[in-house]
Design a protein around this ligand. Structure first.
Ligand code: HEM
Length: 119
């Protein structure tokens, strides 16, 4: 019993030593990931609806979704309210119905949500 405990304890100490020696503590790993997601790397710029998301919707997308009585993709408030559902459609390639977005645009939309849906 004690042997088992001692082995687990030693493994934890060793694991902690290795991760701190490589400089990749969970804190530093998180920071470098956040930095690489900046719109302009290193600036901390966030994805915004007006500058980055609104231009991704074509006139056809806006008209079709309005016509179908769903929501208005040209309105920040509608897109923000439906963001998770919209992301679901974009990720599975269900919408727009005439061709899926490139992965880079889907990632941008996802980042917009992560950034707190900036207007
Ligand atoms: C929650 C998200 C969404 C839902 C539930 C949804 C649902 C629908 C539905 C039910 C239709 C009617 C389909 C038909 O009449 O056959 C439609 C049409 C359409 N949607 Fe969406 N949609 C979503 C998001 C989007 C987004 C984000 C875009 C564009 C980026 C988009 C672009 C279109 C287009 C272009 C059409 C017309 C398709 C056609 O008539 O050929 N939709 N959508």
């Amino acid at each position: 019993m004690f042997r088992k405990f001692a082995t687990v304890f030693a493994a934890c100490i060793l694991g902690g030593f290795i991760s701190s020696a490589s400089g990749q503590t969970s804190e530093t790993a998180g920071k470098s990931q956040a930095a690489s997601q900046d719109l302009v790397p290193g600036t901390g710029a966030k994805v915004s609806y007006a500058a980055d998301i609104r231009p991704l919707f074509r006139a056809k997308d806006i008209a079709s979704m309005k016509k179908n009585g769903h929501f208005d993709l040209s309105l920040y408030s509608d897109v923000a309210a439906k963001a998770i559902d919209i992301l679901g459609q974009l990720e599975k390639g269900g919408m727009p119905c005439d061709g899926a977005w490139p992965q880079s645009d889907v990632d941008k939309f996802k980042q917009w949500i992560k950034d707190g849906k900036q207007p």
